[in-house]
Each structure stands twice: as C-alpha cells, then as structure tokens.
Design a protein around this ligand. Structure first.
Ligand code: AMP
Length: 208
C-alpha cells in the first residue's frame, strides 16, 4: 500500500507511521527525518536547509521533490510506502503524481491548542536522541535523560515562535492539499486528538 500521511505538525504522523511500518512491513519515509539527519551529519544538504528548518519554513520544492523521487526509486518502495511530511505544497503533490500513484491519503486532525501543547513540551536527549515530553513522558529527573544521563533539549523548531510559524505555513501551503486529495476520493480522516493507542486502532481499521 502506498500512502501519504497528512496533518499539522504535532498530529503524531511520525509516531503512527513508525507503528504502521512494522504492521505492514513497508518503509516509512519522513522528509523531516531525512533533513534532520543531514543537519546532524553536516552534509551539503544539511548546511543548506538548517536555517530554514529552524525557522519552521519550508525547504524549496525542487530540493525536496528530487530527494523523494530518488528515495521512491529504491526497490524497497515497490510494494508500498508511508510518506510522512511529503507532499506539503501543491507543487510537491503535482510532482509526486508524475512519478508515483498513491492508494490513499490519511488526514490526521487535531486542534491547534493540542499541537502547541504537544510540540512545546517535547524534549530530546543530546546524547542518545531519546524523546520525552514534560507532561506526557517526563524524565525521572528534570532535564536529564533516564537512559544515559545526557542533557535534554528543545528542538529549535519546537520553540514557540517556530511552532506558530509552522502552523501558519501548514494552513497556507499544506492544508489546501486536503481538498486536492478529497476531490480525488483518496482522503480518510482520523481524529488524532485521542491517545496514541486509540489513534492507531482507528488507523488500522481505516487501512483494512
Ligand atoms: P517534520 O518533521 O515533518 O515536521 O519536518 C520538519 C521540517 O522539515 C519542516 O518544518 C520543514 O522545514 C522541513 N520539511 C519537511 N518536509 C518538508 C517538505 N515536504 N517540504 C518542505 N519542507 C519540509
């Protein structure tokens, strides 16, 4: 199955994709993860996109499309894939339609208030990358990783100004894709405001 996950930042697309990838045994392709890995490894791509991502703006279409096109040409995507965070603009959606036909688009819906609560509370370990949340998954000792004792930090794009910008960018550039795919009869909506187990149960139901 070839599917796209749509929804605002903080809707839980990454979490759901990671679980569904195990269920269906198909690759989870997250453009955000690809960019973050490039930044961490200080590749040419990483250096190019770092400031854009820290602000919460979008990486230009040509760069993003080329990256996804190349990834979707790999053998492991032949039977299916889960695209998480792509497409994000109508230009990207048009480009994707030229090189791959998706079977369905899952639209995860969640309130803006909940998005801010989820993103602003996220913390990551500087050493091992383990994720926490000040409210939902707090570390035993504030600011310190339970697993390795590393220092916890907030991603630059999870700072409040970037979160607000990401939500504006989502409303302006990405939300219109919901009608684009709905007109093609491809959209299935899922309430992503519930707890992750319930969201995943609904996700599985919709897929089947
Ligand atoms: P995400 O982890 O999906 O929220 O993505 C993190 C950041 O990576 C976004 O805020 C954008 O700056 C960038 N990004 C990810 N996917 C795309 C895309 N399809 N088009 C443009 N920028 C993207």
């Amino acid at each position: 199955m070839k599917m796209i996950l749509l929804g605002p930042p903080g809707a839980g697309k990454g979490t759901m994709a990671a679980r569904m990838k195990e269920e269906l045994n198909i690759p989870h392709i997250s453009t955000g993860d690809i960019f973050r890995a490039a930044i961490k490894n200080q590749t040419e791509l990483g250096v190019k996109v770092k400031a854009i991502i820290d602000r919460g703006d979008l990486v230009p279409d040509d760069l993003t499309v080329a990256l996804v096109k190349e990834r979707l040409s790999e053998d492991d995507t032949k039977t299916g894939y889960i695209l998480d965070g792509f497409p994000r603009t109508s230009g990207q959606a048009d480009a994707l339609a030229e090189f791959s036909a998706v079977d369905g688009v899952i639209n995860f819906t969640v309130s803006e208030e909940e998005v801010v609560r989820r993103l602003s509370g996220r913390r990551l370990c500087k050493e091992c990358g383990t994720g926490y949340h000040v409210e939902f998954i707090p570390p035993k000792k504030e600011g310190i990783c339970d697993k390795c004792g590393g220092e916890l930090y907030t991603r630059d794009d999870d700072q409040i100004d970037s979160i607000k910008n990401r939500l504006n960018v989502y409303a302006d550039s990405t939300e219109p894709l919901i009608s684009y795919y709905r007109e093609k009869g491809l959209i299935r909506d899922i309430d992503a405001g519930q707890n992750p187990d319930d969201v995943f149960a609904n996700f599985k139901k919709v897929i089947s």
